[in-house]
Design a protein around this ligand. Structure first.
Ligand code: ADP
Ligand code: MN
Ligand code: MN
Ligand code: MN
Length: 343
């Protein structure tokens, strides 16, 4: 590990690949002269499901940069959008599709808080699962303490510090309902910002867990049966929602109108997680309610008391692309609020 003054710095270029149905993260390192600006770069798209072998070059354009908390010093993490060589966004570039929507409704000041649930795996099973059979049933693991209930805390603490050192808008962490399952939250942050910070936080999670010989998965239902799935509850507000209850209801009704369209963008295999059990609503039915963790969209009780605040869309899977979810929610809710004259 290189620390302190350097004549050059390492820039870790990170991008989202074309793996289907769920994209994965890729990264590689570029050595740059001290003080040098971040250039566009390229990669072999035929190895990432982003190009055919005979036209394999794809372009990386830096869009978000932060200090590299792992390498320290002046080293940087560089999140990129993927482009074709002709300068148009690659078809897998979901951030490019969000940009115009975020801009169109910028005056409504969308805020997001995304709760990223995930599961640690080691030796082919969730961390904390015995070699044979199953651990004790769910009940004590959520926000638990003690070696019989909590698995992987050392990694989680390292990850939390790394996110803070990188300047990400991490708002908290907690142990989840199944052993080896955890959550971190990013927000409140704008539509592009929440996705940028989420993807970097995911990269840091994988990278740090690597040092412990542990993998982290965003699989929405890592263990079949009576075990909770993994989601990415998305908390959302606009300026009008933060100021009044009518706007809260308008947003919920707008989500009801476009329920099916949203569900198709809320992560692969959503029907495996949104079964109607384990604190979920069935994926095929839309509902909203105050304090209701069995509804698609929850209005927190405090929001009903204050008559203003935010809503929680509980449907998104752990394996979402946060740019897709932000495009859908900002598009749907801000359009409806504008039509209702509630901006
Ligand atoms: P839960 O009670 O569902 O577990 P969490 O505390 O895990 O909720 O996550 C709530 C998230 O919502 C946090 O990231 C928080 O910063 C974010 N949040 C809080 N207020 C707002 C708001 N007005 N608009 C959008 N997100 C918000
Ligand atoms: Mn939470
Ligand atoms: Mn949770
Ligand atoms: Mn939640």
């Amino acid at each position: 590990m290189t620390k302190g003054p350097t004549l050059s710095y390492k820039a870790e270029y990170i991008w989202i690949d074309g793996t289907e149905p769920t994209a994965r993260l890729r990264s590689k390192t570029r050595i740059l002269a001290d003080g040098a600006e971040l250039p566009d770069w390229g990669f072999d798209g035929s190895s990432t499901n982003q190009a055919p072998g005979d036209k394999s070059d794809c372009v990386l354009k830096p869009v978000f940069t932060c200090p590299d908390p792992i390498r320290g010093g002046d080293h940087k993490l560089v999140l990129c959008e993927v482009f074709l060589v002709d300068g148009t966004p690659h078809i897998t570039n979901q951030r490019a599709l969000l940009r115009p929507i975020a801009e169109k409704y910028a005056a409504q000041e969308s805020w997001y808080g995304m709760e990223q649930e995930y599961t640690f795996f080691k030796d082919g099973r969730p961390l904390g699962f015995p070699e044979r059979g199953f651990p004790a049933p769910q009940g004590f693991y959520y926000c638990g303490v003690g070696a019989d209930e909590v698995f992987g805390r050392e990694i989680v603490e390292r990850h939390m510090d790394a996110c803070l050192d990188a300047g990400l808008k991490l708002s908290g962490i907690n142990a989840e309902v199944m052993p080896g399952q955890w959550e971190f939250q990013i927000g409140p942050a704008g539509p592009l910002e929440v996705g940028d910070h989420m993807w970097i936080a995911r990269w840091l999670l994988y990278r740090i867990a690597e040092e412990f010989d542990v993998s982290a998965t965003l699989d929405p239902k890592p263990v079949e049966g009576d075990w909770n799935g993994a989601g990415a509850h998305t908390n959302f507000s606009t300026k009008a929602m933060r100021e009044g209850y009518d706007a809260i209801i308008t947003a919920c009704e707008a989500l009801a109108e476009k329920a099916q369209e949203h569900v198709t963008g809320y992560g692969a295999d959503i029907e495996r997680r949104l079964t109607g059990m384990h604190e979920t609503a069935p994926w095929s039915e839309f509902s909203y309610g105050v304090s209701d963790r069995g509804a698609s969209v929850r209005i927190p009780w405090q929001v009903e008391v204050d008559k203003k605040g935010y809503i929680e869309d509980r449907r998104p899977n752990a394996n979402i692309d946060p740019y897709v979810v932000a495009r859908l929610i900002t598009g749907t809710c801000c359009e409806a609020l504008e039509k209702a004259g509630q901006v």
